[in-house]
Ligand binder design. Structure first.
Ligand SMILES: Nc1ncnc2c1ncn2[C@@H]1O[C@H](COP(=O)(O)OP(=O)(O)OP(=O)(O)O)[C@@H](O)[C@H]1O
Ligand SMILES: [Mg+2]
Length: 252
C-alpha cells in the first residue's frame, strides 16, 4: 500500500497538540556598554524578558507514523518535544497523549561515574524493566551499541557519540508506543546512524509513533513519512516528507 498523508482513514490518534503556546521567562543581564572610561550595564535592558518559543502550534499524530520535525536553530523544535513529554509546561493550549511519551536520553537517567554495564542496569530499571529483564536484554543492548570492550569503563570516559549510542540502545530496547528522538542520531557515526534509523523504522512498524528531530534531511527522508516544519515558533508546513523537505530547502 502506498504511503499517504490522509489522516482520516480511521487510524488512532496518539498525540494531539492543540493551539500550544510556550513562553519562557528569562532574566536578561543587560548589555555591557562603555560609558566614558567605565564599563556599565545598560539598566534598561535588564530584567525579566519573555521568549515566545511556540505560538499556537496544532497537529495530530497518529499511530504508525514517523514524524520528522525540522526547522532552523531556535525555531522551537526541542521545546515542542519537551512539551509533548510534559517536561515543559504549556503557557496556553494543551497536549493530549494516549500514553506517556518517552524522550530519548531523559528516561534513561545515566550516571557518568558508573560503568557502561552498570548504566545499562540503571537505564533499564528507569524504563520499568525488572532486574531479570535487564539481564535478558543486556547482550542485545551491548551488541546494538557496538561498545563491547568499553562496557566496563566509566561513562565519563566515553566520547559524546559513544554515550549517545549507549543511551539509544538502552532506550530502544523497550517497545515504545510514542518515542521522541531529539538529535540523538547526529552524534553517532554513519554506521550507527544507519542502524538506529533501522530501529526507528522497526518501532514504527510495530504501530508505534516516532518523532525525530534532526537537521539531517537525509535521516528525516530515510526515516519519516510525514514532516512538520516549525519556523519561529509556528507550524509552517505539515505533510508528506518529500514535499516539506523540498519547501524547507528552497526557503534557505
Ligand atoms: N530553558 C529555556 N529558557 C529560556 N529560553 C529557552 C529555553 N529553551 C529554549 N529557549 C528559547 O526558546 C526558543 C526555541 O528553542 P528550542 O530549543 O526549542 O529550539 P530548537 O528548534 O530545538 O533549536 P535547535 O535546532 O538549535 O536545537 C529559542 O529562542 C531559545 O532561546
Ligand atoms: Mg533543539
Amino acid at each position: 500500500m502506498a504511503e499517504t498523508t490522509n489522516h482520516e482513514d480511521g487510524r488512532r490518534p496518539v498525540v494531539v497538540v492543540d493551539n500550544l503556546h510556550v513562553d519562557y521567562k528569562v532574566m536578561a543581564t543587560g548589555r555591557k556598554t562603555f560609558a566614558g572610561a567605565y564599563k556599565l550595564f545598560d539598566r534598561r535592558a535588564r530584567g525579566v524578558r519573555t521568549v515566545s518559543a511556540l505560538k499556537g502550534v496544532s497537529f495530530t499524530a497518529y499511530e504508525n507514523e514517523s514524524i520528522g520535525i525540522i526547522g532552523s536553530n531556535g525555531s522551537g523544535k526541542s521545546t515542542l518535544m519537551r512539551a509533548i513529554v510534559g517536561l515543559t509546561p504549556a503557557t496556553k493550549g494543551a497536549v493530549y497523549a494516549s500514553s506517556r511519551p518517552n524522550l530519548l536520553g531523559v528516561g534513561a537517567a545515566l550516571l557518568k561515574e558508573l560503568s557502561g554495564e552498570k548504566n545499562v542496569t540503571l537505564g533499564g530499571l528507569a524504563l520499568g524493566f525488572s532486574k531479570k529483564e535487564v539481564e535478558e536484554k543486556y547482550d542485545e543492548i551491548v551488541s546494538f551499541s557496538g561498545l563491547g570492550e568499553f562496557m566496563e569503563l566509566p561513562m565519563r570516559t566515553y566520547s559524546s557519540g559513544m554515550s549517545a549510542r549507549l543511551k539509544f540502545a538502552i532506550a530502544t530496547s523497550k517497545e515504545h508506543e510514542i518515542l521522541i528522538v531529539d538529535e540523538a542520531l547526529s552524534v553517532g557515526d554513519k554506521d550507527f546512524q544507519k542502524r538506529s534509523e533501522e530501529r526507528i523504522r522497526g518501532i514504527r512498524e510495530k504501530a508505534g509513533t516516532v518523532f525525530l528531530v534532526s537537521h539531517s534531511m537525509r535521516s528525516i527522508r530515510d526515516t519519516c513519512n510525514r514532516v512538520i516544519w516549525i519556523n519561529k515558533g509556528e507550524l509552517k508546513m505539515d505533510g508528506d516528507a518529500k514535499d516539506v523537505i523540498e519547501a524547507y530547502e528552497q526557503s534557505k
